[in-house]
Write a protein that binds this ligand. Sequence first.
Ligand code: HEM
Length: 495
Amino acid sequence: MDYVFILLGLSFAWILVRELMSLRRNKSSKRLAPGPFPLPIIGNLHLLGDQPHKSLAQLAKVHGPIMNLKFGQINTVVISSSVLAKEVMQKQDLTFSNRCVPDALRACNHYDFSVLWLPVNHDSRWRTLRKIMNSNIFSGNKLDVSEHLRTKKIQELIDFCHKSANNGEAVDIGRAAFRTSLNLLSNTIFSKDLSDPFSDSAKEFKDLVWNIMVEIGKPNLVDYFPFLEKIDPQGIRRRMTDHFTKILDLMSGLIDERLKERKMRNYANVDVLDALLNISPEELDRNHIEHMCLDLFAAGTDTTSNTLEWAMAELLQNPHILEKAQEELAQMIGRGKLVDEADIAQLPYLRCIVKETLRIHPQAPFLIPRKVEDDVELCGYIVPKDSKVLVNVWAIGRDSVLWENPLVFKPERFWESEIDVRGRDFELIPFGAGRRICPGLPLAIRMIPVALGSLLNTLNWKLQGGIAPKDLDMEEKFGITVAKAQPLLAIPIPL
Ligand code: HEM
């Protein structure tokens, strides 16, 4: 134990000397972007707090839309304006397209197989994986084929809410949405439920995905002091290795099962797993398929379910908007019906509500952090080699230069506006932009309005415990995504 402390002490002393030397160097190389003065060893870590997206938005008001900070040993550049976001993700997209890989994602060497973390340059594997995803999973045709499976899952969500309504019980919207998102994804990929409260293995799967999200969301010392990598002081990589091993085993079991089914006569192959197996092993080996499935669940579940929970929370806090949405639904598809994916085109107000939710509650407030491989010049400043680059989408969505009354939830702001979330309008980039834009966007913008519209069109809703709309707690909890700090408990009322 003493030995570990001596080692840690020596390492910190070494960092301190390096920090002081680099401070002297940086003073003379005047072109770093402005930012708060870094303390020895920790740099600016003490300024992050437990809501880093908010702390960094505040700092940007003092230091400007491009800031240079030091978190532990990691130089970090924070972008907080739509103009600079466009520069980074459109004009200099390739330079800023690689990722800064969190240590937790090194568990089971996941980063080396994963579309989320593979580098764009020097390696064509990322490109191959993106192409395979776009054509085999997220193309309009492919998504149309699996729509009926998703409709069934939405029906089950509504049945569950009706049951709660009949018992006069509140629904924990976030939990119900999480289960539904998992099943929407698992049906899209495997034509199968992986979250069923009555089955042990399915419950285990839900807990696994949940635990992975919790673990990735924890601040990890190793990400600020990479020399601690071997020690893994918080045990995050160790626990992630357990979770990943279990989930990859589960995926492997599902693949074995499918390979057997495919040998049967008259087997009609239809879903994503079949499409991936059809091109395997030539274009995609089995290892990559397992890791790709893991990526899809990790990237697609929380993001979708949190967005749904926030949308419901905003509507329950703003009953006039909820009523207006219900009127549109009643008029366009008829009260009491489920919303189909094809209906979305006729529901402009519902689409405005989803956009407004994504503006004010972007699920990846810094996108997924990028990294530069060499010194790069950005708007007259140097972004030093190996810097982490955060685009504060949360701050951009609340920028009063871009948005009138930015803190007010007002879907009408999109009514006559062409602004969209597809990565062309840099004032609204909840899915990112450029090469690394979220490939799941086409699925997300089907699932969210369908689930939200169906909840609104088949039931009425009120807050549990007689809470007045204006008193609803809207605090955020920062993690890998931004969840509601207090779960939204709402009582469904039959029509
Ligand atoms: C509300 C829902 C969602 C939001 C807000 C969201 C947001 C994002 C963001 C911000 C990024 C990083 C983009 C960048 O760096 O520029 C991303 C990447 C990604 N998303 Fe999503 N996402 C959502 C749903 C989904 C779904 C449903 C899936 C798949 C089933 C998915 C799969 C991915 C993948 C694989 C990446 C990594 C792409 C790459 O690095 O090349 N996402 N998402």
